[in-house]
Design a protein around this ligand. Sequence first.
Ligand code: URA
Length: 491
Amino acid sequence: MREARTVPDFASWRARALELLSAQAPPENVLWVEEASEGEERLLPGLAASEPAPDSVTQSEDPRPRVPARFVALAKKVSVHRDAARWSILYCVLWRLTHGERGLLSRELDPDLRRLELMSRQIDRDVHKMHAFVRFRKVIDDEGERFVAWYRPDHRILRVAAPFFRDRFASMRWSILTPDESAHWDGAALRFDGGLPRSAAPREDEMEGLWRAYYASIFNPARVNQRAQRAEMPLRFWNEMPETRAIPQLLAAASDRVGGMIRDQQAAPSAAPFLPPESSRDVVSLEAAARSCRGCDLWEPATQTVFGRGRASARLVLVGEQPGDEEDRRGEPFVGPAGKVLDRALTQAGIPREEIYVTNAVKHFKYIERGVRRIHNTPRQIEILACRPWLEAELQAIQPEVVVCLGASAAKALLSPTFTMRASRGRFFDSPSGPRKMATWHPSAVLRAGDQAASDALFADLVADLKTAAAAASESAAPSRPLPGLGERGG
Ligand code: URA
């Protein structure tokens, strides 16, 4: 048995593997031993200047056999996984590729390949998670403002994930610290250093945690008493956070949820990193960006993102819960059975659907498989919160006069986590700056009502509430804008 020592990076493994290959050492005679890397200076996958062209594990003048580029890419990817077995599996696959099994990579059921592919998917997930979960905190150093985040990824992915932050936050100076290594961006170059413990990062302030948790979940500027809130909120936070006006009221409204939300916050998934830059947030570019949202786990089993549809300058916006089975397949909101009820209700309320904008609080279909059927599965609060940046951006882009939440899930997302239909259906939640908001029955409640009479009653409520909302949307529009119907704003 031969021992092969490698530090945890692709270049080191490749050097050992090539030695073993030229010594004709079969995988079953090799014991791979992973050693701790030597801290800051180690070469990491994909970035080391001395690496060969990506389509080979060998230099081009090297007489040894070449391997498919896909294997090299896979090997680089899984080299950052923490499973110590990756080195021996990689060597085994390399050996087989160069010993008569050139077509091995197309054998999807091969156990070695399956294991590598699984690791590869775990790396992708970890990178997506890191993009979504990293939270920067502002500090002042010798050169001015720097944003610092501490994060513990499952795998050694910092160098894979860092370019995303470089591109997204190109004009900020930032550092991301992880236990394995740290990345630093100074506006021009990305530099990597040794790992750092959590204690090296600026400490999270409790009020900042409260703010983020509350703002992310229940921001509702409707009932704001600024003087009272200023009295409760330390000024240093007030100045840094534009949304602070809402905090104390929101805290009061949901104080029993504070502890849990703060605990959740560090790990809270979010669509925020996937939004386009603020300067280009019209509904078209939002929809395009949302197609590749990985802000929470719901994207994976879903067919596609189902973004809002309708008039980009609508006065009235309807917000449902999440797309259903048919919406998921067709990529449009409210086109399945609930959509047909909605269409009927809109017609009776005299609201042309093409004049309004219809969207959902959650943009991916969440379901449970039962045989061939996919059954709607109510999104969790954390998923609604993760998706909220899309909804906020849609409303910001459209600037409607009135928003109607269809069903309690949407109402909890937009109005208050404690919202109940019984207490507040059809009532306006007014805001001095944002749109007026109200909630009504979800069209699928009409479909699920126990009997015809109950169904008719819910449908009548739905129509009446939609009429009220449409009238309010017309009334509150600026007098300079003509108001026949709902659709005079162009777009
Ligand atoms: N239910 C919803 O809440 N939204 C849809 O788009 C379809 C069904």
